[in-house]
Design a protein around this ligand. Structure first.
Ligand SMILES: [Zn+2]
Ligand SMILES: [Zn+2]
Length: 141
């Protein structure tokens, strides 16, 4: 299996490569991720910051400032709007790549979900996905 995880947006304007293996793979079912994805959750494939390189254009950034003053950055293609990556002031050492943008999505194996407290009522996840009601302290995702 290749140790490079490549991906990109719908229109091809944004292309990226991640070297090595992801630190973690998880879902987020918070209301903001549902709204951004237009779906029931987003899939985060987490890599170290230095593992991720953009090959073409850098994505545009939507910045969300939280009550504590720390920001969460949602990176997206300025042409087609695809969600590409999330970065956080809280964990500057990681990059969360949106799983659906991978070229080979069969490599996705999410092991946990955040914010199950706001999950869609019709959705039940497989039992081997650890379900957190919120975002537990200490979890890097
Ligand atoms: Zn695009
Ligand atoms: Zn979320």
């Amino acid at each position: 299996m290749s140790d490079v995880w490549s991906g990109g947006c719908l229109c091809g304007e944004v292309r990226y490569r991640c070297a090595g293996e992801p630190i973690s793979m998880g879902l987020c079912q918070c209301g903001r991720c549902q709204r951004q994805s237009g779906s029931a959750f987003l899939i985060a494939t987490v890599f170290p910051r230095e593992a991720v390189t953009f090959e073409r254009n850098a994505p545009a950034i939507y910045t969300a400032r939280h009550a504590d003053g720390k920001c969460l950055y949602r990176h997206f293609c300025r042409e087609c709007g695809s969600a590409i990556m999330i970065t956080l002031d809280r964990y500057p050492e990681i990059r969360s790549m949106m799983g659906g943008t991978l070229d080979d999505t069969t490599r996705l194996k999410p092991s946990f979900s955040l914010w199950c407290s706001s999950a869609q009522s019709w959705l039940s996840l497989p039992p081997d996905i650890v379900q957190h009601a919120a975002y537990p302290d200490g979890l890097i995702a």
